[in-house]
Design a protein around this ligand. Structure first.
Ligand code: FES
Length: 116
């Protein structure tokens, strides 16, 4: 599996204004999935892999948030994760975490990788 945090060259994922607020969007990077969550001016990027079973979180494309829009939700067994840390706060993998990927927003664009 690719280690996204090892990217030397940041990769543009999308424009910030392509994301609803709150909102989420999925991306494919080779064999790996990535999810982006927006809450206001905050953007968080995670590997799209539930720590419970190691499968993608979503059933419906780009839908990674619960009905409140405040938590990331796994569609399979309902685990809930904090967007800011990726920690599972309810469900079968409570205490485990999504794998956070380095990201930043610059000039209205969400970048995967570390700012130079
Ligand atoms: S696979 Fe995500 S909660 Fe079970």
């Amino acid at each position: 599996m690719t280690d996204h945090n090892q990217y030397r060259t940041p990769r543009a994922l999308c424009r910030l204004d392509e994301l609803s607020d709150p909102g989420s969007k999925g991306f494919v990077d080779g064999a790996n999935g990535i999810l982006v969550v927006r809450q206001g001016t905050d953007v968080f990027v995670y590997e799209n892999r539930c720590p419970h079973r190691g499968i993608p979180l979503e059933w419906v494309p780009d839908q990674f948030l619960d009905s409140s829009g405040r938590l990331i939700q796994c569609a399979t067994h309902g685990a809930l994760f904090l967007p800011e840390s990726g920690e599972c706060v309810a469900g079968p993998c409570s205490g485990a975490s999504l794998r956070k990927l380095a990201s930043y927003v610059q000039s209205g664009v969400v970048w995967l990788g570390k700012a130079g």
